[in-house]
Design a binder for this molecule. Structure first.
Ligand SMILES: Cc1cc2nc3c(=O)[nH]c(=O)nc-3n(C[C@H](O)[C@H](O)[C@H](O)COP(=O)(O)O)c2cc1C
Length: 192
């Protein structure tokens, strides 16, 4: 199989789309972010990468807290809009019904099935990007997306959560069907 080189592109896919919330000068602001990743399960760590000039970046630099909200596909136009305009010019906090995180007072979006309340641990700047590594201090899930399995509360499956997926072809996608189970599908290759 021949391979074609596309150059130095961070072609990681798929990319979950999130709305990052924070207070900027005391006003709630939300921006669309694709550069968000899990950094660890225990401890619960996430990272986001923001342009140093964003209104959101100023808010996180000052408050050291942010929220990560997962919009569903029916929120696509609002999510995209939050990636098109700056909180410098538009009151993006007014677009959503919000609630405050219990630990940090960070704003979260009611209509997003899942929201993470995050406290910044480390900040690194690489060129014009500011990378915030944060601990997740609480995870808020809308009750219709919580299922109880063997007496334990868990998050519903991705079909129900209906997240917005993005790719470097600049298109949004919906989620597909589940195709297997973690730590089980590889069993057929085990030799002992
Ligand atoms: C699909 C999409 C993904 C984006 N991902 C990021 C990102 O990961 N980091 C970033 O700094 N900006 C990202 N942006 C751009 C910001 O959302 C945009 O510049 C926004 O207006 C900044 O708002 P603010 O000034 O209120 O923070 C993205 C925009 C779109 C449309």
């Amino acid at each position: 199989m021949s391979k074609v080189k596309l150059g130095a592109v961070p072609l990681v896919y798929p990319i979950p789309i999130v709305l990052v919330g924070t207070n900027v000068d005391g006003v709630a602001n939300f921006t669309e972010v694709g550069d968000c990743a899990v950094m660890g399960i225990q401890p619960a760590l996430v990272t986001i990468s923001l342009s140093a000039t964003h209104h959101t970046t100023k808010g996180i630099d000052n408050t050291r807290v942010f929220s990560v909200n997962f919009p569903s596909t029916q929120m696509l136009s609002l999510a995209d809009y939050c990636g098109m305009v700056s909180g410098c010019d538009v009151d993006k906090g007014a677009l959503f019904a919000t609630f405050q995180g219990e630990h940090t007072q960070v704003p979260l979006i009611e209509d997003c099935p899942v929201g993470l309340e995050c406290r910044v641990l480390e900040v690194t700047q690489i060129k014009h990007r500011r990378l915030f590594i944060a601990e997740v201090v609480e995870c808020y899930v809308s009750d219709q997306f919580v299922v109880t399995i063997d007496g334990k509360k868990q998050i519903a499956d991705l079909i129900q959560l209906d997240p917005i997926i993005y790719a470097l072809d600049n298109r949004y996608y919906g989620i597909g069907s589940p195709i297997g189970v973690g730590y089980r599908e590889g069993t057929c290759h085990k030799t002992s």
